[in-house]
Structure formats: structure tokens, C-alpha cells
Write a protein that binds this ligand. Sequence first.
Ligand code: RFL
Ligand code: PHB
Length: 389
Amino acid sequence: MRTQVCIIGGGPSGLLLGKLLRNQGIDVQILERKTRDYVLGRIRAGVLEVGFVELMRLAGIAERMDKEGFTHAGTSISLNDEIFHVDFVEHTGTPVVVYGQTELTRDLYDALEADGADIHFNVDDVVIHDAKSDSPSVTYTKDGVTQRIGCDYIAGCDGFHGVSRQTIPTTVRREYEKLYPFGWLGVLSETPPVHHELIYSCSDRGFALCSMRNANLSRYYIQCSLSDSPDDWSDAAFWQELKRRIPEQFADTIVTGPSIEKSIAPLRSFVCEPMQWGRLFLCGDAAHIVPPTGAKGLNTAASDIHYLYYALLQHFKDKDSSGLEAYSAKALARIWKAERFSWSTTMMLHRFPEMNDFDLKMQVADIHFLRDNAAAQKVFAQNYVGVPY
Ligand code: RFL
Ligand code: PHB
């Protein structure tokens, strides 16, 4: 088998790149380790920057997102019972769109399957060969049979635990990491959201976030211990703890119900440099991870895809490889800004085990500065809606 671009990973990064390239007549093969249903069962991100929305429109798959997504002009931030609003539209002219990763991934799968794209599910033993040569290839096994795909380029879109990043020799690859001493316990429930926008809450008992997927589907998170398991948290215990961490006016009005999904995600900051090795290009979680506090995980994946898509287009249409050569530096310049924002909002809003009284006063001053200072709000808004590509 031969293709122009072999895409490893059928998550949002790989699917979006695949759809954009196919629309331009560039041939792709997509390899996914799991089944479609498994990928769609992962409950993850919910907030899209306008840059991501524009890419979905460019790919011609924004119809449902434009109809069912919710435009949010700002967000609320609370400190115990105090609450204030940061208006993204006032400060940047740009809102964000709330549309779940599950729905977006479903739209991508539907569109790719409708135009006959080759997506190989349930593949094992993916190995990248000769990435530094002019004729790389990828082998995999499916149903016990080994297959080989020869290609011009490989897009490593296989997430944090994939094989692509590991293919880059440790003599070349440099990894930067920070682990946080807590996780987020997330609950999805078929209840109306407590507020029309998101509420990020810092409280004496730890962080909480009130988010949503649609008018009758809420997504809530609380900071939890890394040693907790979702089974340790009954629905009743979750709701009780959430109510203690959000302002009283919302604790009094929140509609609770049975959880339909409950999971714990550890918080991590991670960047791999470079994001290119020969003809292998890393995108999304394969190259970098942010703690979810800034809602940047999926959005940083989208900016990688933007840079790689235009670079591949320039190569295949104009025979100009300068975009591909610049990919890693360009993508990383934006990634580090998103890393900084995600790290700083995590520090501002979470309770760290080692915090002393001075640290707690600093945290309050940080939040009050944001509350009282229009310039600080503008900076927060610019980061939240996404710095330009
Ligand atoms: P994904 O979504 O991980 O997709 C990678 C795909 O590659 C497949 N794969 C392989 N395929 C073939 N061969 C192999 N050897 C393979 N190894 C892996 C996997 O099965 C998978 O389908 O990466 P992608 O496409 O880069 O997308 C990135 C986003 O998914 C991610 O940034 C966000 O979801 C991060 N994230 C969140 N971001 C937010 O903005 N808000 C959130 O609330 C939020 N919650 C989360 C998250 C990430 C989580 N992870 C990764 C553990 C919650 C969790 C639990
Ligand atoms: C979500 O809705 O899952 C979500 C929203 C905002 C975040 C993180 C997660 O910062």
C-alpha cells in the first residue's frame, strides 16, 4: 500500500488533518489502535477557540457545530462566595464555542466515512520505519496480518501514549514536564447546567469547574487526590463536595442527578522538542500536554494541524518545503504560550498541598488583581480565546 500522508491516530488531530488533506485531493491513510466507539466514548474537552471553529469550517464539517454549539462571550471566576466575570468579547472581540470533543470527533468520522476515507481501526504493533530517509513507511498488524504503508510523510497524531514520539531518538528528543500533585474528578450528568457560562472556582476546599455540553448535559469537575479512584466517589459525595466549592447562589440552585460518566484525569504539563524528525511530524497530545484548567488541550492540537496542513499543502501543490522545515519551530512557539497560560491558571485556582499562609495570601491577591484590573482581564481573555495562529 502507498499513500502521500500516513496518519497515526484517529483522534481529533489525526481526523481533522485527514479531512483537510483529502479535501485538497491529497491521499491519506489513517491508523487507529481502538474502535470508533471506543474513541467516541472518551469524554474530554468542551471549549473550542475560534481558530478551531474556523478549521472545522474550512474542512466543511461545521454544520452541526454551528447549529448546536453554544457561543460563550465570557466566563465567571469565583473565590469562595465572591464571583466576577471576564468578558472575552469586550476584551478581544471574540467568543469561544462550547461543543464537546465527542461530537466534534463524531462529525469528523461521519464526514471521512462519507467520502470513503481509509481509516483502519483496531490496528496493533504500529512501527515507523526510515523516517529520516526519503522513503519512510509504517507497518502494523490487523487481524494477525502485517501490513506496510509506504508514504511521503508521517503525521504522528497518536496521543501521549502513542509510538510516534518514542520513535524520535532520545539523543534528539528533549522533554519538559511538570506533574501536579492532584487530579480532576469529572462527572457528566443529564441535568441543565447551573449557569449559562462556565464557572472556574477556587475555594478553601480546592478547585471546581462548572461546564456543560448542551442545555441538558452538564460537565462538572472537582480537584481530587491522585490516590482517589472514581469508585471512591458516590454521586452524592461528588455533588456535596462540588456544592461546597462553588458560590452559595449556585450551590443552592444546581440541579443534581445520576452521573452518566465519572473519571479522574491527572494534571500534567509536557512538551517534546522538536516536533519533527525527518519525515515524521508530531501533532497534538503526541507532542504536548497541558493541565485542562485553560481549556487548551484540544485547541493546541488544532493549531498544530493548522501549521502542518498548510505546510503539506505548500509542499504538494507548490513543491515548496519551507513550511515543513519551519513546522516544529512555528508550532512550538504557540504551544509554549498555551503551556504558560494553562500552568498559570492552574497555579492561580488550585489548592496545592504544600501551600503555607503566605502562598494562600498570594493566591487571593492574584485572583483579586484579575478581578479588579481591566488590563489583566484583557490578557486572560486573549489567552483563553487563543493567541493568533
Ligand atoms: P488523542 O485524542 O489522544 O487521540 C490519539 C489517538 O491515537 C490513538 N493511538 C494510536 N493509534 C494507532 N497506533 C498507536 N500506537 C496508537 N496509540 C494511540 C488513540 O487510540 C487515540 O484515538 O490525541 P489528539 O488527537 O492529539 O487530541 C488531543 C485531545 O484529545 C486532548 O488534547 C484533549 O482531550 C485533552 N483533554 C482535555 N482538553 C481540554 O481542553 N479540556 C478537557 O476537559 C480535557 N479533558 C483531556 C481531558 C485529555 C485526557 N487524556 C489524554 C487522558 C481528559 C483526559 C482523560
Ligand atoms: C469541559 O467542559 O470539559 C472543560 C471546559 C473547560 C476546561 C476544562 C474542561 O477548562
